[in-house]
Unconditional design. Structure first.
Ligand code: SF4
Lengths: 100, 351
């Protein structure tokens, strides 16, 4: 997977409540909640971080086996991209709508 | 890493954790219509400044708010209304808009779609201009509202008609249903016209007659009901309304209420943060202590199972938040005569 910048889609509504990220996909009317690691990934997505920044942060945070964590996070991020919840770019996202 | 949920799971979590998950914001009380049934006593309130709304949305995010309903008056009367919508969406707050639609242009519809506004609810009182414009007292308003519906639909936005029923509009319900179907929009009726928010009861004269209610309360679309009484749970852990656990409403001055129908003010966001008001205001904490078995008239009332009492209306129209709501009682009596029970009984929201 290419190391791209990640931002929350504008088609998404979301909130982190008691460390759980709740994501509503406005275009699909789907609501999902994320587990602790997923919620941390979601919190870190801000349009200015690349996938590798987020993976590195999680590895550090959880003191986990790097290869395994990398695979899990990458496939999780790919899943969110597939659902349209995350957008990617080769350059940092500009503009206030990327704030999320 | 993810788990699929229903919106009601989120609402349940919010009630348990006392999180204002869905907040209604009246961005102004000014309006370009002059509806005969309007609950607002004063249409001159313009609302907080754009900057104050920016601050408010930050506070809502901190408090855990996921959904906002933006309403007025007529929200599009504000020149900065789209900026307010953008502020909410920038923070990934889900937005629903209540409007009469008359100011929505092609460009606005496109922009609302690009911001993924969840739904736009448009007030419609009848299927033709003579009925609708008679209620709004603005000739040409029906045509403009219908143009808005078409523009919003064309841009893929979910539209819902909201129709408060009045004695003079009741005859046109079938035509209104047909109109909604032809436009492919959902239709939501309200059977009770409320008093004005200053306690003026003049608007209640517009309510459906008993004879009309007898007919209409059998319509699932107007009153979803069963013929079996819903088992009555123990009333001591039931609250008269759950809005003070998961709701919130903010008027154009920044005053915070549990709901725009329950006129108990917890504080003002220009003086105190929304989260602080929500969690710590004496008024809201007091409301959260209320239990159904503490309602003076309801506990033991023979109409209890047929009743959908609203504490806000009991306070506004009958002067006692713990007492009987005459509007609810009237409808409960008619349900009893029809042998129906409401599917949702607000009296026993369990927490
Ligand atoms: S609001 Fe009135 S009618 Fe309804 S249950 Fe209470 S006392 Fe009975």
């Amino acid at each position: 997977m290419e190391d791209l910048y990640l931002a929350k889609g504008i088609n998404v509504s979301s909130r982190i409540i008691n460390n759980v990220a709740y994501i509503y996909l406005e275009d699909r009317n789907d609501l999902i909640s994320l587990n602790e690691t997923g919620s941390e990934v979601w919190r870190l997505v801000n349009g200015k971080r690349r996938t590798s920044d987020i993976v590195d942060h999680i590895i550090k945070c959880y003191d986990a086996e790097p290869c395994e964590v990398r695979d899990i996070i990458y496939s999780f991020i790919l899943d969110l991209i597939g659902k349209g919840a995350l957008k990617t770019s080769s350059v940092p996202f500009e503009g206030v709508m990327a704030y999320g | 890493m993810d788990n699929v949920l229903e919106v009601r799971d989120l609402t349940r979590m919010a009630i348990k954790e006392v999180i204002p998950i869905s907040v209604l914001i009246e961005v102004c009380h000014t309006c370009n219509e002059n509806c005969i049934h309007c609950y607002l006593a004063d249409h001159t309130r313009r609302g907080m400044t754009t900057g104050q709304y920016e601050m408010l949305f930050d506070q809502l995010v901190d408090a855990g708010t996921f959904f906002v309903i933006l309403t007025g008056g007529e929200p599009f009367m504000r020149r900065d209304f789209m900026e307010i919508v953008r502020m909410a969406r920038r923070r990934r707050i889900s937005v629903t808009i209540f409007t009469n639609g008359t100011l929505i242009t092609e460009q606005l519809a496109r922009e609302l779609a690009s911001l993924w506004v969840q739904e736009v609810h448009i007030s419609v009182y009848g299927a033709d201009a003579s009925i609708h414009d008679g209620i709004t007292r603005v000739p040409g308003s029906f045509k403009k509202s219908m143009t808005a519906v078409d523009l919003l639909k064309k841009n893929g936005i979910t539209v819902r008609f909201k129709s408060p029923l009045m004695s003079r509009t009741a005859d046109g319900i079938s035509e209104l249903k047909a109109l909604a179907e032809s436009k492919d929009v959902d239709l939501q009726f309200t059977a009770v016209i409320t008093a004005m928010n200053d306690g003026n009861m003049a608007t209640t004269n517009l309510r459906l007659t008993d004879a009309q209610l007898k007919d209409l309360l059998l319509d699932e679309k107007i009153d979803s009901h069963t013929s079996q009484a819903i088992e009555r749970p123990s009333t001591c852990d039931c609250v008269p309304c759950d809005t003070v656990y998961n709701g919130g409403a903010i008027d154009p001055f920044g005053n915070v209420f549990p709901c725009n129908q329950l006129q108990v003010c917890g504080g003002n966001v220009l003086e105190q943060s929304f989260g602080d008001i929500w969690s710590n205001s004496f008024a809201f904490r007091n409301l959260r202590e209320m239990r159904v078995d503490g309602l003076d008239d309801c506990d033991g009332c023979s109409l209890f199972l047929q009743c959908t009492r609203c504490p806000g209306l009991a306070l506004l129209e009958d002067g006692d938040i713990r007492g009987c709501s005459s509007a609810a009682k009237r409808i409960a009596k008619i349900r009893r005569s029809l042998g129906t029970y409401p599917l949702q009984n607000h009296i026993f929201s369990k927490i």
